[in-house]
Design a binder for this molecule. Structure first.
Ligand SMILES: [Zn+2]
Ligand SMILES: [Zn+2]
Length: 175
C-alpha cells in the first residue's frame, strides 16, 4: 500500500519539503496508560496515544500527520452493524487443525478482540452508530471447503452452520 485515502494528495513532506514518492504505513495500537510501547520496525517508544495508521514519507522517512479521514469515509447504503455487536471468527479447513497453528490463532483472536473493543479504532465509526463490539469464542470447522467456492456457496454454508447451531446466530447484531 503506497497511498491510502488520507495521504493520496500529499505531494511533499511538510517537515523537510522533499517530494513524497510514496508513504510507508505502520499500524499502531493505542495505549491508555503511560506504558511505553515499542513501535514495530522503529527503534522508538511512545507514551499514551490513540490507535491509528502512522505515515512515513518516502524517501525522507519523516512521520507526517495527514488530516483526519472521517470526512472522506463514504457510506454507500449497505447494512451496518450496531454499536455493541458481537464478532465470531470461523476457521474453516483442516489447515487450522495443525498444532503448529494454535499459537498463531490465539494471537489473531487477541488482535481481533483488541480491534473490536478499541474506542479509537472501531469507535471511529460512531457516526454510523457502529462502535465497539465484543468477540466470542471462535469456531473450528475441520472439513475442507472445495478448492473453488463462490460467495453464494459461502453464504449458504454459513446459513446451514447457523441453523445447525455450529455457528452462533448473531442476526443483525453480529458479523
Ligand atoms: Zn496513507
Ligand atoms: Zn521529510
Amino acid at each position: 500500500m503506497d497511498r491510502c485515502d488520507s495521504c493520496r494528495n500529499i505531494l511533499k513532506c511538510p517537515i523537510c519539503g522533499t517530494s513524497s514518492h510514496s508513504f510507508r504505513h505502520v499500524g499502531v495500537r493505542g495505549t491508555k496508560s503511560r506504558f511505553r510501547i515499542p513501535v514495530v520496525d522503529y527503534n522508538l517508544t511512545y507514551d499514551k496515544q490513540p490507535s491509528g495508521i502512522w505515515h512515513y514519507s518516502q524517501p525522507c522517512n519523516h512521520r507526517v500527520h495527514p488530516a483526519a479521514t472521517s470526512s472522506i469515509v463514504k457510506y454507500n447504503g449497505g447494512p451496518l452493524w450496531q454499536d455493541g455487536y458481537t464478532w465470531q471468527d470461523i476457521y474453516w479447513g483442516s489447515y487450522y487443525t495443525k498444532p503448529s497453528l494454535s499459537q498463531w490463532m490465539k494471537r489473531l483472536e487477541l488482535v481481533v478482540a483488541h480491534l473490536e473493543s478499541d474506542t479509537s479504532y472501531s469507535g471511529g465509526l460512531s457516526t454510523y452508530n457502529v462502535g465497539t463490539g465484543k468477540l466470542i469464542g471462535p469456531v473450528m470447522i475441520p472439513q475442507d471447503p472445495s478448492s473453488q467456492i463462490s460467495n453464494d456457496q459461502i453464504a449458504k454454508t454459513l446459513i446451514g452452520w447457523i441453523s445447525s447451531g455450529t455457528v452462533a446466530d448473531l442476526s443483525a447484531n453480529g458479523g
